[in-house]
Design a protein around this ligand. Structure first.
Ligand SMILES: Cc1cc2nc3c(=O)[nH]c(=O)nc-3n(C[C@H](O)[C@H](O)[C@H](O)COP(=O)(O)O)c2cc1C
Length: 417
């Protein structure tokens, strides 16, 4: 039976379809991380557009764990702002889940008020190489656990329907999970159980304070790092998550220093990378001109570009009974139905398609369209570090012409295996 547009539940939450908005950093926080009015409008627009559920962009749990200056934070002061937002989203019968993050080594001193970034081990990130992280001590680890639990309490007070722990993409919790980034020999590193311990402790602390408030987790199926996270480990971590009472697992991949692995593209936008990438943007323009041809060599393009985490999600789904969500390059209705009906995942989520068409699910459900207009250019991602989230599709059409665009779109191939 076709399940995509039927009601379903994650724990006690009701979803009217199985197409979710994956966490997408909106760049709509003021300098303190208070959500701006435009963020509220964006979520209402998504809710009206028929999405099954919304996962917010990253929200920070503590100042020295900020990933970006324009991201949102969750403090007691902001609860009323978030509550207004969740009330308005709920008018449309759509659950909204707050994604919580600590950046770990994926940040720089400038963003965290001159402090040194923290990480499980003092291993420099290629993308943030100027800010070598310091190895966290036990007190710092317990402070992070406590801050996540406090943030979860606040999210509940603010009317969110649940939270998602960001344990993917190379942020702090993902650093603990990956043997590449976590070289500790104490109780927080080494075997899988130890690397998972910080997440287990966060979930336990949260459950003590918030009862059965839904907790979802986003993990990497693999991270492409030498001796890093691989699917067999992600499967074991998923089983540990289920044992701890996690309510749903979203499966993604990649880390920031691996360029366009998480957010894949057919064509690396070299000019924009030169303009926005942290390592390069401050470099003298003559040097930039010299290194431009190297961007294509050093920044790896990962393939496939469509439905690239379904295979990992499918393996995880086989080993747990909680719902699994697949994200990454999912673009067309036929593919979505196939993923769900063939048990590739219980839900799919998308990020970029909702930027160009916030009402894409209504279009799918009414037959107005069967495929996203998104060409996966990744401009939205590069630009969102210092401006509000928007789609740059029109700019690309202007620059490259309809001819090229048609070629890009005709290359769209889905991999559902
Ligand atoms: C502009 C932008 C911002 C993103 N911000 C987040 C984020 O805050 N948290 C997160 O887990 N993933 C984030 N992602 C990754 C997406 O959730 C998703 O995993 C990835 O884009 C692949 O899905 P897509 O092909 O549907 O865009 C972001 C992606 C984009 C394009």
């Amino acid at each position: 039976m076709e399940k995509t547009f039927q009601n379903s539940n994650i724990k006690n939450l009701l979803f009217k379809n199985r197409i979710l908005r994956s966490a997408t950093h909106e760049g709509m926080g003021d300098q303190d991380g208070r959500p701006k009015k435009e963020l509220e409008e964006l979520y209402v627009c998504l809710a009206k557009g028929g999405v099954g559920g919304i996962i917010t962009g990253i929200v920070g749990v503590q100042e020295n764990g900020r990933a970006l200056k324009n991201m949102n934070m969750i403090t007691d002061d902001f609860i009323a702002d978030y509550k207004r937002m969740t009330d308005r989203v709920h008018e449309h019968g759509v659950p909204i889940i707050m994604q919580l993050v600590h950046a770990g080594r994926q940040t720089n001193r400038e963003t965290i008020h001159g402090e040194r970034p923290m990480a499980p081990s003092a291993i420099r990130d290629k993308m943030y190489y100027r800010s070598k992280p310091k190895k966290m001590n036990h007190d710092e680890i317990y402070e992070v656990i406590n801050n996540f639990a406090t943030a979860i309490e606040r999210a509940k007070k603010a009317g969110f329907d649940g939270i998602q722990l960001h344990c993917a993409h190379g942020f702090l919790l993902s650093q603990f999970l990956s043997p590449h980034m976590n070289r500790r020999k104490d109780r927080w590193g080494g075997n899988i159980k130890n690397r998972f311990r910080i997440i287990a402790e966060i979930i336990r602390a949260a459950k003590k304070r918030t009862g059965d408030f839904p907790i979802l987790v986003k993990i990497n199926g693999y991270d492409h790092r030498p001796k890093g996270m691989r699917v067999d480990q992600a499967v074991k971590i998923s089983q540990l998550l289920e044992q701890e009472g996690c309510d749903g697992i979203e499966v993604s991949c990649g880390v920031m220093e691996d360029g366009f692995c998480t957010i894949r593209t057919d064509h690396i936008p070299v000019d924009l990378v030169m303009e926005t990438a942290l390592n390069i943007k401050r470099v003298n323009h003559r040097v930039k001109w010299l290194i431009a041809p190297l961007v294509n060599i050093f920044i790896k393009k990962r393939a496939p570009v469509y439905s690239y985490n379904v295979s990992a999600a499918r393996q995880i789904k086989k080993s747990v009974t909680i719902p699994v969500i697949a994200v990454g390059g999912i673009r067309d209705l036929e593919g979505i139905k196939e993923i769900i009906n063939s048990n590739g995942a219980d839900y799919v989520s998308m990020a970029r398609p909702f930027i160009i068409e916030p009402d894409i699910v209504n279009k799918f459900s009414t037959g107005l369209s069967t495929s996203s207009k998104c060409i996966s250019c990744a401009f939205c991602f590069l630009k969102s570090q210092d401006s509000s989230l928007r789609c740059y599709h029109k700019n690309i059409v202007k620059k490259s012409g309809e001819q090229d665009l048609r070629k890009i779109r005709s290359d769209k191939k889905s991999v559902y295996s």
